[in-house]
Ligand binder design. Structure first.
Ligand SMILES: [Zn+2]
Length: 275
């Protein structure tokens, strides 16, 4: 391992935080660039020089889905910090034993990477991603999708981008409403859109109900309820709660509009998990 003086600027105080490993990518022949969600400092990126050399002190000490104790230098350049130490705390080997769990974890970590801000702690985001990663290995095939919908709903809320599903107090209650995706709320004659041609979706009210249910119930409880429900949709597919397919579609549109995401990776992941 390179000595600290060789690796990092002088007089840069060290920071220590629990960190979830979100992404590992090659960087030069033997080095890696690792992106983390730290509990106390938000998103952090650290190059690990010589990571792939057999004698590297960092070999086997991080991988996507690990929780580690990360020690890094506070000084950053272009959002990149020098790493000092990394101690794996929770390896979550189960994520690597099932391709479904691995695929779902990689998608959730990538979504977090695109959402979390550098230097901004978001303990709630850290908590929900930890919950998901802890839970995925034990999920049955169709439950991985449900777990991801739970995670996406809670992620939107954790980063303050959650949709406003409150109904118009002046409209008669209706099972369907017109929802403005960009404004993130229902629109009607009383509360018209401010956009000239708003992209709108007609939402059945089981979608907001399911979204709120995900926010109000921990993941393990949600999955236990889903197992107990043993419900199927008209086509015989497992649909533990009404609105699962609708919420899946809604979140796809909403996430790509608000997080500036390409729709491809999400669709691929969800299709793989179901198939
Ligand atoms: Zn109204």
């Amino acid at each position: 391992m390179a000595s600290p003086s060789e690796n990092a600027p002088q007089a840069s105080p060290l920071l220590k935080s629990l960190a979830l490993c979100l992404n590992v990518r090659p960087f030069s022949k033997t080095s890696q660039m690792v992106t983390w969600l730290t509990l106390e400092h938000g998103r952090v990126t650290t190059p690990v020089k010589g990571a792939q050399r057999p004698k590297s002190a960092f070999i086997g000490r991080y991988d996507v889905g690990y929780t580690c104790e990360l020690v890094f230098y506070s000084r950053e350049r272009d959002g990149v910090h020098h790493i000092r130490e990394c101690t794996p705390i929770l390896l979550r080997e189960g994520l690597r034993a099932s391709w479904r769990a691995a695929e779902a974890a990689a998608y959730a970590c990538d979504l977090t990477l695109r959402t979390a801000q550098p230097g901004m702690a978001n303990p709630e985001l850290f908590r929900i991603l930890s919950n998901l990663l802890d839970t995925l290995p034990a999920c049955a095939p169709h439950e991985a999708t449900l777990a991801l919908l739970w995670f996406e709903s809670n992620l939107l809320q954790a980063v303050g981008l959650g949709p406003d599903f409150s109904p118009c107090p002046r409209c008669a209650p209706s099972p369907r409403g017109l929802f403005s995706v960009e404004e993130g709320r229902f629109v009607c004659d009383h509360r018209p859109s401010r956009l000239r041609t708003p992209p709108t979706l007609t939402l059945h009210d089981d979608i907001p109900v399911l979204y709120r249910r995900f926010l109000d119930h921990p993941l393990t409880e949600t999955l236990a309820e889903a197992r107990a429900a043993d419900r199927r949709d008209d086509l015989g597919r497992p649909e533990p709660f009404p609105g699962v397919f609708g919420l899946r579609r809604f979140l796809g549109v909403f996430l790509s509009a608000h997080l500036d995401l390409p729709p491809g990776p999400r669709r691929t992941t969800l299709d793989l998990l179901i198939g």
